[in-house]
Design a protein around this ligand. Structure first.
Ligand SMILES: NC(=O)c1ccc[n+]([C@@H]2O[C@H](COP(=O)([O-])OP(=O)(O)OC[C@H]3O[C@@H](n4cnc5c(N)ncnc54)[C@H](OP(=O)(O)O)[C@@H]3O)[C@@H](O)[C@H]2O)c1
Length: 187
C-alpha cells in the first residue's frame, strides 16, 4: 500500500516578508539554522536552483538534496537528484514519510499556489538593523511570494507556536530573534 508523503514547507521570513538578498539570507541566525537542521533531517529537501547554488555547504548532509531547474533531466548525480519540475521532485520522495520544500521564492510560489503543502514551518525573524535597511529602500530583497500573515489570519491554516526546551537552542551571536511556528493546512 502506498502511504502519502507529507509535504512540508520551511521558511524564515524577516520584516516585510523578506526572505533573501543576493541569493543568501540577509541575517545570520544560529537558532534558525538549528531549527532547519532539526526539522529537515533525515528527510528529502527540495531547492530551487538559485537557493541550492547559494548554499554555503552543499549538498546538505544526511538528507536527499533535490534541485529543481527546467534544464534538469530527472537524474541522480553524486547523490543529488536533479529534478525538471517540482512534481518530479515530489515523486522522487514517495518512499519517505515527510519531505521539505526549502525555497526559494519561485519554489514556494509554485508549491503554495498549487496547494502542495500540508504543513508549513514558518520562522518569524525580528532584526532591527535589517528592518531599517529595508525601510531605507537602498537594497534589493527577495520576498516571500504570499503575505505570510495569511498563515496566521486565515482559517486555511491551524497555527501552533513551537518552543524549544531551555538550553536546547544555540545562543545567538547577533541581535536577531527567531520565533517558530507550525502551520497545518486544513483540508
Ligand atoms: N528565508 C528563507 O527561509 C529562504 C529559503 C530559501 C531561499 N531563500 C532565498 O530565496 C532566494 C532565491 O529565490 P529565487 O526565487 O531567486 O530562486 P529559487 O526559487 O531558489 O530558484 C529559482 C530557479 O528554480 C528553477 N525553478 C523554479 N520553479 C521551477 C519549477 N516549477 N520547476 C522546475 N524548476 C523550477 C528555475 O531554474 P531554471 O531557470 O534553471 O529553470 C528557477 O530559475 C535567495 O535569496 C535565498 O537566500 C530564503
Amino acid at each position: 500500500m502506498n502511504k502519502k508523503t507529507t509535504v512540508c514547507g520551511i521558511v524564515a521570513v524577516g520584516p516585510d516578508d523578506v526572505i533573501g538578498q543576493n541569493n543568501v539570507m540577509p541575517w545570520h541566525s544560529r537558532q534558525d539554522f538549528f531549527h532547519f537542521k532539526t526539522m529537515t533531517t533525515p528527510y528529502p529537501c527540495v531547492f530551487g536552483k538559485n537557493t541550492f547554488d547559494g548554499l554555503p555547504r552543499r549538498p546538505l548532509p544526511n538528507r536527499l538534496n533535490i534541485v529543481c531547474s527546467s534544464k534538469n533531466k530527472d537524474e541522480y548525480q553524486s547523490g543529488v537528484f536533479y529534478a525538471s519540475s517540482i512534481n518530479s521532485a515530489i515523486a522522487a520522495c514517495q518512499d519517505f514519510d515527510y519531505m521539505f520544500i526549502c525555497g526559494g521564492c519561485q519554489i514556494y510560489d509554485y508549491a503554495l499556489h498549487h496547494d502542495l503543502i500540508d504543513i508549513m514551518y514558518v520562522t518569524k525573524i525580528y532584526d532591527k538593523k535589517l528592518e531599517q535597511n529595508i525601510k531605507s529602500g537602498q537594497f534589493k530583497y527577495t520576498r516571500f511570494p504570499i503575505d505570510s500573515n495569511e498563515f496566521f489570519d486565515s482559517d486555511k491554516w491551524v497555527v501552533r507556536r513551537m518552543v524549544y526546551p531551555q538550553n536546547v537552542l544555540p545562543v545567538e551571536k547577533t541581535n536577531t530573534v527567531s520565533k517558530f511556528f507550525k502551520c497545518v493546512r486544513v483540508r
